[in-house]
Write a protein that binds this ligand. Sequence first.
Ligand SMILES: NC(=O)c1ccc[n+]([C@@H]2O[C@H](COP(=O)([O-])OP(=O)(O)OC[C@H]3O[C@@H](n4cnc5c(N)ncnc54)[C@H](OP(=O)(O)O)[C@@H]3O)[C@@H](O)[C@H]2O)c1
Length: 337
Amino acid sequence: MQFKFFAKTGVKLSALCLGAMTLGREADEKESFKILDRFTEAGGNFIDTADVYGKGRSEEIIGSWLKGKKRDELVIATKVRFSTGHGLNDIGLSRKHILSGIDESLKRLKTDYVDLYQIHAWDNFTDIEETLSSLDYLVRIGKVRYIGASNLKAWQIQKAIDLSKNNNWEKFTCLQSLYNLLERGIELEIADVINNENLAFIPWSPLRGGWLSGKFKRGMKKPPEKTRIEIAGEKGWSESWEAYDNERTWNVIDELLEVSKIIGKTTAQTAINWLVQKPFVTSPIIGARNIEQLNINLDATDWSLGKELSERRDRASDIKFPYYPYSENYKEKYLRN
Ligand SMILES: NC(=O)c1ccc[n+]([C@@H]2O[C@H](COP(=O)([O-])OP(=O)(O)OC[C@H]3O[C@@H](n4cnc5c(N)ncnc54)[C@H](OP(=O)(O)O)[C@@H]3O)[C@@H](O)[C@H]2O)c1
Protein backbone atom coordinates (compact mmCIF):
# COMPACT_ATOMS: atom_id res chain seq x y z
CA MET A 1 0.00 0.00 0.00
CA GLN A 2 1.23 3.50 -0.79
CA PHE A 3 2.06 5.96 1.98
CA LYS A 4 1.10 9.58 2.48
CA PHE A 5 2.70 12.18 4.70
CA PHE A 6 0.71 13.17 7.76
CA ALA A 7 0.43 16.88 6.91
CA LYS A 8 3.81 18.53 7.52
CA THR A 9 4.85 16.27 10.41
CA GLY A 10 7.14 13.92 8.50
CA VAL A 11 5.13 10.93 9.81
CA LYS A 12 4.11 8.45 7.10
CA LEU A 13 0.61 6.99 7.00
CA SER A 14 -0.84 4.23 4.88
CA ALA A 15 -3.07 5.56 2.08
CA LEU A 16 -6.00 3.83 3.80
CA CYS A 17 -6.84 4.15 7.47
CA LEU A 18 -8.68 1.27 9.17
CA GLY A 19 -11.88 2.46 10.84
CA ALA A 20 -12.43 0.54 14.06
CA MET A 21 -16.06 1.49 14.68
CA THR A 22 -17.21 -1.97 13.55
CA LEU A 23 -14.81 -3.75 15.94
CA GLY A 24 -16.79 -5.06 18.89
CA ARG A 25 -20.03 -3.82 17.31
CA GLU A 26 -20.62 -5.61 13.96
CA ALA A 27 -17.46 -7.76 14.25
CA ASP A 28 -16.77 -9.94 17.31
CA GLU A 29 -13.28 -10.11 18.81
CA LYS A 30 -12.15 -13.04 16.65
CA GLU A 31 -13.22 -11.36 13.40
CA SER A 32 -11.78 -8.05 14.62
CA PHE A 33 -8.36 -9.65 15.16
CA LYS A 34 -8.52 -11.08 11.62
CA ILE A 35 -9.37 -7.61 10.27
CA LEU A 36 -6.49 -5.98 12.16
CA ASP A 37 -4.05 -8.71 11.09
CA ARG A 38 -5.05 -8.50 7.44
CA PHE A 39 -4.92 -4.70 7.36
CA THR A 40 -1.40 -4.56 8.81
CA GLU A 41 -0.17 -7.47 6.63
CA ALA A 42 -1.36 -5.45 3.62
CA GLY A 43 0.86 -2.56 4.73
CA GLY A 44 -1.69 -0.52 6.70
CA ASN A 45 -0.29 1.31 9.74
CA PHE A 46 -3.09 3.78 10.55
CA ILE A 47 -6.07 2.85 12.77
CA ASP A 48 -8.92 5.15 13.85
CA THR A 49 -11.09 4.44 16.89
CA ALA A 50 -12.98 6.42 19.56
CA ASP A 51 -13.71 6.12 23.27
CA VAL A 52 -17.41 5.61 22.48
CA TYR A 53 -17.15 2.94 19.75
CA GLY A 54 -18.88 -0.15 21.12
CA LYS A 55 -18.94 1.68 24.49
CA GLY A 56 -15.16 1.21 24.73
CA ARG A 57 -15.03 -2.30 23.22
CA SER A 58 -13.30 -1.09 20.04
CA GLU A 59 -10.38 0.38 22.03
CA GLU A 60 -10.26 -2.73 24.25
CA ILE A 61 -10.06 -5.06 21.26
CA ILE A 62 -7.26 -3.02 19.69
CA GLY A 63 -5.45 -3.08 23.06
CA SER A 64 -5.68 -6.89 23.33
CA TRP A 65 -4.61 -7.31 19.70
CA LEU A 66 -1.61 -4.99 20.25
CA LYS A 67 -0.03 -7.44 22.70
CA GLY A 68 3.20 -8.70 21.14
CA LYS A 69 2.91 -6.28 18.21
CA LYS A 70 5.36 -3.49 17.43
CA ARG A 71 3.29 -0.62 18.82
CA ASP A 72 5.63 2.07 17.49
CA GLU A 73 5.08 0.97 13.90
CA LEU A 74 1.40 1.89 14.17
CA VAL A 75 -0.32 5.25 14.12
CA ILE A 76 -3.28 4.98 16.47
CA ALA A 77 -5.98 7.64 16.56
CA THR A 78 -8.81 7.96 19.05
CA LYS A 79 -11.35 10.59 20.09
CA VAL A 80 -12.98 12.32 23.03
CA ARG A 81 -16.16 14.37 23.41
CA PHE A 82 -19.26 12.16 23.55
CA SER A 83 -20.76 10.57 26.64
CA THR A 84 -18.66 7.81 28.20
CA GLY A 85 -20.67 7.19 31.36
CA HIS A 86 -23.60 8.24 33.50
CA GLY A 87 -21.71 10.86 35.48
CA LEU A 88 -22.62 14.51 35.00
CA ASN A 89 -19.13 15.28 33.67
CA ASP A 90 -18.49 12.16 31.59
CA ILE A 91 -19.08 14.20 28.44
CA GLY A 92 -17.74 17.23 26.60
CA LEU A 93 -14.44 18.93 26.02
CA SER A 94 -13.75 20.31 29.49
CA ARG A 95 -10.24 19.91 30.95
CA LYS A 96 -11.81 17.51 33.46
CA HIS A 97 -13.27 15.16 30.84
CA ILE A 98 -10.29 15.36 28.45
CA LEU A 99 -7.76 14.51 31.16
CA SER A 100 -9.74 11.56 32.48
CA GLY A 101 -10.78 10.60 28.92
CA ILE A 102 -7.22 10.15 27.70
CA ASP A 103 -6.32 7.99 30.73
CA GLU A 104 -9.33 5.75 30.17
CA SER A 105 -8.50 5.40 26.44
CA LEU A 106 -4.85 4.57 27.18
CA LYS A 107 -5.95 1.93 29.68
CA ARG A 108 -8.29 0.27 27.17
CA LEU A 109 -5.74 0.53 24.36
CA LYS A 110 -3.00 -0.83 26.64
CA THR A 111 -0.49 1.73 25.41
CA ASP A 112 1.14 4.77 26.99
CA TYR A 113 0.45 7.19 24.14
CA VAL A 114 -1.89 7.78 21.22
CA ASP A 115 -0.55 9.20 17.99
CA LEU A 116 -3.60 11.31 17.18
CA TYR A 117 -6.11 12.56 19.76
CA GLN A 118 -9.19 14.09 18.16
CA ILE A 119 -12.09 16.09 19.48
CA HIS A 120 -15.08 14.13 18.15
CA ALA A 121 -17.22 17.28 17.66
CA TRP A 122 -17.58 20.86 18.90
CA ASP A 123 -18.73 21.46 22.48
CA ASN A 124 -20.93 24.53 22.90
CA PHE A 125 -20.58 24.47 26.69
CA THR A 126 -16.77 24.62 26.95
CA ASP A 127 -14.58 27.53 25.90
CA ILE A 128 -12.46 26.32 23.02
CA GLU A 129 -9.42 27.90 24.78
CA GLU A 130 -9.88 25.44 27.68
CA THR A 131 -10.08 22.52 25.26
CA LEU A 132 -7.05 23.57 23.22
CA SER A 133 -4.82 24.27 26.23
CA SER A 134 -5.77 20.86 27.70
CA LEU A 135 -4.87 19.11 24.42
CA ASP A 136 -1.59 21.06 24.29
CA TYR A 137 -0.80 19.82 27.81
CA LEU A 138 -1.34 16.21 26.73
CA VAL A 139 1.17 16.65 23.91
CA ARG A 140 3.69 18.23 26.29
CA ILE A 141 3.48 15.38 28.80
CA GLY A 142 3.80 12.76 26.03
CA LYS A 143 0.40 11.06 26.24
CA VAL A 144 -0.48 12.36 22.77
CA ARG A 145 1.70 12.94 19.70
CA TYR A 146 -0.66 15.06 17.54
CA ILE A 147 -4.12 16.54 17.91
CA GLY A 148 -7.03 16.66 15.49
CA ALA A 149 -10.68 17.54 15.14
CA SER A 150 -13.77 15.92 13.70
CA ASN A 151 -17.13 17.18 12.48
CA LEU A 152 -16.30 20.87 12.84
CA LYS A 153 -17.56 23.75 10.71
CA ALA A 154 -15.03 25.82 8.76
CA TRP A 155 -15.12 28.79 11.16
CA GLN A 156 -14.63 26.51 14.15
CA ILE A 157 -11.53 24.85 12.65
CA GLN A 158 -10.04 28.19 11.63
CA LYS A 159 -10.77 29.80 15.00
CA ALA A 160 -9.18 26.89 16.87
CA ILE A 161 -6.08 26.92 14.68
CA ASP A 162 -5.62 30.68 15.00
CA LEU A 163 -6.01 30.53 18.78
CA SER A 164 -3.43 27.74 19.01
CA LYS A 165 -0.98 29.69 16.86
CA ASN A 166 -1.46 32.88 18.88
CA ASN A 167 -1.00 31.08 22.20
CA ASN A 168 1.87 28.89 21.09
CA TRP A 169 -0.22 25.78 21.75
CA GLU A 170 -0.04 22.60 19.69
CA LYS A 171 -2.47 23.10 16.78
CA PHE A 172 -4.71 20.67 14.94
CA THR A 173 -2.75 18.61 12.42
CA CYS A 174 -5.69 16.67 11.08
CA LEU A 175 -9.37 16.99 10.26
CA GLN A 176 -11.82 14.08 10.09
CA SER A 177 -15.14 14.79 8.32
CA LEU A 178 -17.93 12.96 6.54
CA TYR A 179 -17.01 12.97 2.83
CA ASN A 180 -18.02 10.58 0.06
CA LEU A 181 -19.89 10.56 -3.26
CA LEU A 182 -23.18 11.20 -1.45
CA GLU A 183 -21.95 13.86 0.97
CA ARG A 184 -19.84 16.62 -0.56
CA GLY A 185 -20.72 19.53 1.74
CA ILE A 186 -17.10 20.00 2.85
CA GLU A 187 -16.28 21.25 -0.65
CA LEU A 188 -18.14 24.49 0.19
CA GLU A 189 -15.57 25.91 2.64
CA ILE A 190 -13.82 23.20 4.65
CA ALA A 191 -11.65 22.02 1.75
CA ASP A 192 -10.22 25.56 1.53
CA VAL A 193 -9.29 25.48 5.22
CA ILE A 194 -7.64 22.08 4.76
CA ASN A 195 -5.56 23.43 1.87
CA ASN A 196 -4.71 26.79 3.42
CA GLU A 197 -3.71 25.31 6.77
CA ASN A 198 -1.95 22.26 5.31
CA LEU A 199 -4.10 19.90 7.36
CA ALA A 200 -4.14 16.16 6.91
CA PHE A 201 -7.67 15.14 5.93
CA ILE A 202 -9.17 11.74 6.74
CA PRO A 203 -12.74 11.33 5.46
CA TRP A 204 -15.10 9.03 7.36
CA SER A 205 -17.76 6.68 5.97
CA PRO A 206 -16.38 6.44 2.41
CA LEU A 207 -19.29 4.11 1.51
CA ARG A 208 -21.82 6.09 3.55
CA GLY A 209 -22.32 3.15 5.86
CA GLY A 210 -22.90 0.71 2.96
CA TRP A 211 -24.96 2.78 0.50
CA LEU A 212 -22.07 2.81 -1.99
CA SER A 213 -20.98 -0.79 -1.37
CA GLY A 214 -22.84 -2.29 -4.35
CA LYS A 215 -25.64 -3.95 -2.39
CA PHE A 216 -28.05 -1.05 -3.04
CA LYS A 217 -29.71 -0.79 -6.46
CA ARG A 218 -32.46 1.42 -7.93
CA GLY A 219 -35.93 -0.08 -7.49
CA MET A 220 -35.27 -1.52 -4.02
CA LYS A 221 -38.07 -0.76 -1.60
CA LYS A 222 -36.09 -1.41 1.60
CA PRO A 223 -32.50 -2.14 2.62
CA PRO A 224 -31.16 -5.72 2.58
CA GLU A 225 -31.69 -7.54 5.86
CA LYS A 226 -29.08 -7.44 8.61
CA THR A 227 -27.17 -4.58 7.02
CA ARG A 228 -26.12 -1.40 8.83
CA ILE A 229 -28.66 0.60 6.82
CA GLU A 230 -31.52 -1.64 7.94
CA ILE A 231 -30.87 -0.94 11.60
CA ALA A 232 -29.77 2.71 11.14
CA GLY A 233 -33.37 3.99 11.07
CA GLU A 234 -34.39 2.48 14.40
CA LYS A 235 -31.06 3.46 16.02
CA GLY A 236 -31.33 7.04 14.77
CA TRP A 237 -28.06 6.85 12.79
CA SER A 238 -27.63 9.39 10.02
CA GLU A 239 -27.09 6.88 7.17
CA SER A 240 -30.66 5.55 7.41
CA TRP A 241 -32.77 4.37 4.43
CA GLU A 242 -35.14 7.31 4.94
CA ALA A 243 -32.29 9.83 4.71
CA TYR A 244 -30.87 8.58 1.39
CA ASP A 245 -33.68 6.87 -0.55
CA ASN A 246 -33.94 9.69 -3.12
CA GLU A 247 -33.31 10.40 -6.81
CA ARG A 248 -29.81 11.89 -6.30
CA THR A 249 -28.62 8.79 -4.41
CA TRP A 250 -29.94 6.44 -7.11
CA ASN A 251 -28.32 8.54 -9.85
CA VAL A 252 -24.95 8.37 -8.08
CA ILE A 253 -25.31 4.61 -7.56
CA ASP A 254 -26.41 3.99 -11.20
CA GLU A 255 -23.29 5.77 -12.49
CA LEU A 256 -21.01 4.09 -9.96
CA LEU A 257 -22.28 0.64 -11.04
CA GLU A 258 -21.74 1.46 -14.73
CA VAL A 259 -18.25 2.89 -14.31
CA SER A 260 -17.18 0.03 -12.01
CA LYS A 261 -18.37 -2.55 -14.56
CA ILE A 262 -16.33 -0.91 -17.31
CA ILE A 263 -13.12 -0.77 -15.25
CA GLY A 264 -13.62 -4.23 -13.70
CA LYS A 265 -13.69 -3.08 -10.07
CA THR A 266 -16.41 -3.37 -7.43
CA THR A 267 -18.54 -0.33 -6.64
CA ALA A 268 -17.04 -0.20 -3.14
CA GLN A 269 -13.55 0.01 -4.62
CA THR A 270 -14.59 2.68 -7.13
CA ALA A 271 -16.27 4.77 -4.40
CA ILE A 272 -13.25 4.61 -2.07
CA ASN A 273 -10.92 5.27 -5.01
CA TRP A 274 -12.78 8.57 -5.66
CA LEU A 275 -11.45 9.76 -2.30
CA VAL A 276 -7.97 8.30 -2.76
CA GLN A 277 -7.63 10.33 -5.97
CA LYS A 278 -8.48 13.68 -4.34
CA PRO A 279 -5.31 15.72 -3.75
CA PHE A 280 -6.51 17.08 -0.39
CA VAL A 281 -7.42 13.62 1.00
CA THR A 282 -4.73 11.92 3.09
CA SER A 283 -6.26 8.53 4.00
CA PRO A 284 -9.94 7.56 3.71
CA ILE A 285 -11.07 5.71 6.84
CA ILE A 286 -12.43 2.43 5.52
CA GLY A 287 -15.05 0.39 7.34
CA ALA A 288 -15.54 -3.38 7.18
CA ARG A 289 -17.59 -5.76 9.28
CA ASN A 290 -15.67 -8.84 8.11
CA ILE A 291 -12.50 -9.96 6.38
CA GLU A 292 -14.21 -10.37 2.98
CA GLN A 293 -15.31 -6.72 2.94
CA LEU A 294 -11.86 -5.61 4.06
CA ASN A 295 -10.16 -7.56 1.28
CA ILE A 296 -12.35 -5.81 -1.28
CA ASN A 297 -11.80 -2.35 0.19
CA LEU A 298 -8.04 -2.77 0.41
CA ASP A 299 -7.92 -2.87 -3.39
CA ALA A 300 -9.17 0.72 -3.73
CA THR A 301 -5.75 2.34 -4.05
CA ASP A 302 -2.85 2.23 -6.52
CA TRP A 303 -5.04 2.51 -9.65
CA SER A 304 -6.89 5.23 -11.49
CA LEU A 305 -10.09 5.29 -13.56
CA GLY A 306 -8.63 7.54 -16.23
CA LYS A 307 -9.95 10.98 -17.18
CA GLU A 308 -13.21 10.11 -18.92
CA LEU A 309 -14.54 7.61 -16.36
CA SER A 310 -13.36 9.80 -13.47
CA GLU A 311 -15.37 12.68 -14.87
CA ARG A 312 -18.45 10.45 -15.19
CA ARG A 313 -18.10 9.28 -11.59
CA ASP A 314 -17.67 12.85 -10.40
CA ARG A 315 -20.45 14.43 -12.47
CA ALA A 316 -23.29 12.30 -11.11
CA SER A 317 -22.61 13.41 -7.55
CA ASP A 318 -21.43 16.96 -8.20
CA ILE A 319 -23.13 19.67 -6.21
CA LYS A 320 -23.42 23.26 -7.22
CA PHE A 321 -23.45 26.11 -4.74
CA PRO A 322 -25.80 28.67 -6.28
CA TYR A 323 -25.49 31.35 -3.61
CA TYR A 324 -23.19 34.34 -3.12
CA PRO A 325 -20.26 34.20 -2.41
CA TYR A 326 -19.87 30.55 -3.35
CA SER A 327 -21.43 30.49 -6.81
CA GLU A 328 -19.40 29.76 -9.92
CA ASN A 329 -20.65 33.08 -11.29
CA TYR A 330 -19.11 34.97 -8.39
CA LYS A 331 -15.82 33.06 -8.64
CA GLU A 332 -15.49 33.83 -12.34
CA LYS A 333 -16.23 37.52 -11.82
CA TYR A 334 -14.12 38.31 -8.83
CA LEU A 335 -11.30 35.79 -8.50
CA ARG A 336 -7.94 37.27 -9.46
CA ASN A 337 -5.69 35.11 -11.53
N1 LIG B 1 -15.76 11.11 13.25
C1 LIG B 1 -16.96 10.61 13.15
O1 LIG B 1 -17.95 11.19 13.62
C2 LIG B 1 -17.13 9.26 12.48
C3 LIG B 1 -18.43 8.78 12.21
C4 LIG B 1 -18.55 7.55 11.58
C5 LIG B 1 -17.40 6.82 11.25
N2 LIG B 1 -16.16 7.31 11.56
C6 LIG B 1 -14.91 6.56 11.25
O2 LIG B 1 -14.96 6.13 9.90
C7 LIG B 1 -14.81 4.71 9.84
C8 LIG B 1 -15.54 4.16 8.66
O3 LIG B 1 -16.92 4.49 8.75
P1 LIG B 1 -18.03 3.48 8.24
O4 LIG B 1 -17.91 2.18 8.96
O5 LIG B 1 -19.33 4.20 8.28
O6 LIG B 1 -17.52 3.25 6.73
P2 LIG B 1 -18.31 2.84 5.41
O7 LIG B 1 -17.30 2.18 4.55
O8 LIG B 1 -19.04 4.00 4.85
O9 LIG B 1 -19.39 1.77 5.89
C9 LIG B 1 -19.01 0.53 6.37
C10 LIG B 1 -20.14 -0.46 6.18
O10 LIG B 1 -20.41 -0.63 4.78
C11 LIG B 1 -20.58 -2.01 4.50
N3 LIG B 1 -19.43 -2.43 3.67
C12 LIG B 1 -18.13 -2.01 3.81
N4 LIG B 1 -17.36 -2.56 2.84
C13 LIG B 1 -18.16 -3.33 2.09
C14 LIG B 1 -17.94 -4.13 0.95
N5 LIG B 1 -16.74 -4.23 0.40
N6 LIG B 1 -18.99 -4.80 0.40
C15 LIG B 1 -20.22 -4.68 0.96
N7 LIG B 1 -20.50 -3.95 2.05
C16 LIG B 1 -19.49 -3.26 2.61
C17 LIG B 1 -20.64 -2.74 5.82
O11 LIG B 1 -21.97 -2.69 6.34
P3 LIG B 1 -23.07 -3.82 6.02
O12 LIG B 1 -22.37 -5.11 5.73
O13 LIG B 1 -23.89 -3.87 7.23
O14 LIG B 1 -23.82 -3.32 4.83
C18 LIG B 1 -19.78 -1.84 6.72
O15 LIG B 1 -20.08 -1.96 8.07
C19 LIG B 1 -15.30 4.23 11.21
O16 LIG B 1 -14.80 2.96 11.57
C20 LIG B 1 -14.75 5.31 12.11
O17 LIG B 1 -13.39 5.08 12.39
C21 LIG B 1 -16.02 8.53 12.17
